[in-house]
Design a binder for this molecule. Sequence first.
Ligand SMILES: [Zn+2]
Ligand SMILES: [Zn+2]
Length: 83
Amino acid sequence: MCQAWLESTRCAFGPDCKFAHGETELRPTKLPIRNTLKYKTKLCDKYTTTGICPYGSRCLFIHPDPRSTAFYRQTAVSKFFLK
Ligand SMILES: [Zn+2]
Ligand SMILES: [Zn+2]
């Protein structure tokens, strides 16, 4: 905990301070941001254009299930698969 912050709730280092400012900062945020940021947030170009992806289930992109019509109604991909 930052001593300067404890005494005056002010600190010259601000957010760059190496000590925690307040209770919320003491709790480590253990979100694997690096892995979740781009993981399966985007449709796989290869899969949606060719229907085949060499990475299979390990692919970092979404391989939509052709049977999940609910999903397809919400995506532009539906035009490709349902035409
Ligand atoms: Zn500080
Ligand atoms: Zn893929």
